[in-house]
Design a protein around this ligand. Structure first.
Ligand code: BGC
Length: 535
């Protein structure tokens, strides 16, 4: 007997940046009270679970991934009571909530680090990774290439170097110290006991360092993560643990363990390939990466995304493809950042609804639990002139009112998008409500259609031959529910031979039609079809 599917195997997620969403107290920063007022919007999309980006006290030099206190709420966002009210209000609407768990590093403002650098005898000294030289672990890559020259930074007060995989204001915690494990378990219990539904574990490949390795995906890291999972299984069996590991599929597989590590892992490599295939009008990159993707243990799931709060990373493609992607999608130097592209989804697609529709229809029917990034449900734009990744983290655009209805403040934490194409005056939730052709309406339609079909939620997946590199076809099957998904990636009409029986209904046939003569199927440019056999 097959196991019943777990909620997270079938869920659609929504990535929420509290600071950017809705400002209830007029401070210019979004807050939990504001987000509560907007929960009905999130619910209306048909999603199941909200991922709240870091909401902890923090100097916000890495937008909260620099945690200064694991047990609180950033004062700009509200109080712990506000967080609890948000959690309850989400649960009342049948929405689950997960938060970020940043285990790899703290902010240099964290009291542990402050104590550690000032007092070599403090127990906190050994919470971080120190060295008298900057020579150790030379085989380790630098992730933030644009800002960091080394993974070591000298601390004048400590008179030693400390290790950091990200910014030099984010010292890595020392997982060779069991006290750090205990701290993490305490943090996990604190938030789980409050009633959240799990965690997105940030940057987990880098927890340990070992000489002669690239300090990623080490066995010690997996051993610790299995301990985390054991705790979760014993104390919070319905919760989810999601791994953020930007790695190749074969390196991701161990993060599932034998079903005893993470239940869900982000599938990073598929993401750029969806854009690549669409631009090239050729399904090969998608097909190849799924062929390279191993099957995963029962009860687990991939997590997929089109965009998130970071740059569109090109770490998981070859150098040649990276250059091709930069040429295709980031012609302006400002659009590039680290090994990626700092742009949002709709501008990447040049605001072309046909491209948007096929990309999202592929994304929502390929295997995996999808995440929608806030703002992408209305095709929000970006601002490449803002530093770092800020240009994809601007205020949510609710209406044509001041600050896009986000805030009544004179100055918002980042400027609202205000350009001729994507400005809040044109692109906003209010303008798209009630417009059946809007990106908002299409997002709701696609998510709801997907979620109404067990085969699309988490069914078996099988490629179908089409005889054309431009036409991608696959079947999703779950019990009696079966869907044939068919996409024409080219900007020209394609004819293929396919067995589309007369009783099959196209769930996406709102406008596009497929013309049939015998078994010949004529696909319009960028056509997307989900064919279901009549029950
Ligand atoms: C997050 C980034 C963050 C980094 C360091 C990543 O995986 O997604 O936004 O800068 O971790 O915490």
């Amino acid at each position: 007997m097959k196991e019943k599917k777990k909620w997270f195997q079938e869920a659609v997620f929504y990535e929420l940046y509290i600071r950017a969403f809705a400002d209830a107290n007029g401070s210019g920063h979004g807050d939990f009270r504001g987000a509560i007022e907007k929960l009905d919007h999130i619910k209306s999309l048909g999603v199941d679970c909200i991922w709240v980006m870091p909401m902890y006290p923090s100097p916000l030099k890495d937008d909260g991934y620099d945690v200064a206190d694991y047990y609180g709420i950033h004062p700009d966002y509200g109080s712990l009571d506000d967080f609890k009210a948000f959690l309850n209000a989400a649960h009342e609407r049948g929405l689950r909530v997960i938060t970020d768990l940043v285990m790899n590093h703290t902010s240099s403002d964290h009291p542990w680090f402050q104590e550690a650098r000032q007092n070599p005898d403090s127990p906190y000294r050994d919470y971080f990774v120190w060295s008298d030289t900057n020579e150790k672990y030379q085989d380790t890559r630098i992730i933030f290439l644009d800002t960091e020259a080394s993974n070591w930074t000298y601390d004048e007060m400590a008179k030693q170097y400390f290790w950091h995989r990200f910014y030099s204001h984010q010292p890595d915690l020392n997982f060779d110290n069991p006290a750090v494990h205990e701290e993490m378990f305490r943090i996990i219990r604190f938030w789980m006991d409050m009633g959240i539904d799990g965690f997105r574990a940030d940057a987990i490949p880098y927890l340990y360092q070992r000489e002669g390795t690239n300090c990623e995906n080490l066995p010690e890291t997996h051993a610790f993560l299995k301990k985390v999972r054991r705790l979760m299984d014993e104390e919070y069996p319905d919760a989810v643990l999601i791994a953020e590991a930007n790695q190749w599929p074969e390196d991701l597989l161990p993060y599932f363990g034998d079903g005893d590590e993470f239940q869900v892992c982000f599938h990073f490599p598929i993401m750029p390939r969806l854009y690549q295939a669409l631009k090239a009008g050729d399904k090969t990159p998608i097909v190849d990466i799924w062929k390279r993707t191993p099957s995963i243990p029962e009860g687990t799931q991939w997590m997929t995304f089109l965009r998130n709060h970071d740059e569109l990373t090109l770490e998981m493609v070859t150098e040649e493809v990276r250059q091709w992607m930069w040429d295709a999608y980031a012609p302006e130097p400002r659009m590039r950042l680290n090994l990626g592209i700092r742009r949002r989804q709709y501008p990447l697609l040049e605001g072309d609804k046909r491209r948007w529709f096929i990309l999202n229809a592929m994304f929502l029917s390929l295997p995996g639990a999808p995440i929608i990034y806030y703002g992408d449900e209305i095709g929000m734009g970006d601002n490449i002139w803002l530093p770092d990744r800020n240009g994809v983290r601007t205020p949510m655009q609710w209406s044509a009112e001041k600050n896009g209805g986000f805030s009544t403040a004179e100055k918002t934490y980042l400027p609202v998008i205000d350009d001729d194409t994507y400005g809040y005056q044109r692109v906003n939730v209010a303008a798209q409500e009630g417009d059946p052709d809007s990106i908002l309406a299409s997002t709701r339609f696609l998510i709801r259609t997907r979620q109404s079909q067990p085969a699309l939620r988490s069914g078996e997946f099988e490629w179908e031959e089409t005889g054309s590199t431009a036409v991608m076809a696959f079947r999703r099957v779950e019990g009696a529910s079966e869907i044939l998904c068919l996409f024409n990636l080219a900007d020209s009409t394609k004819e293929i031979e396919a067995d589309i029986r007369p009783d099959m209904v196209d769930l996406l046939a709102r406008k596009q039609t497929v013309r049939r003569g015998g078994s010949t199927v004529i696909l319009e440019p960028f056509a997307a079809h989900w064919f279901r056999a009549a029950a």
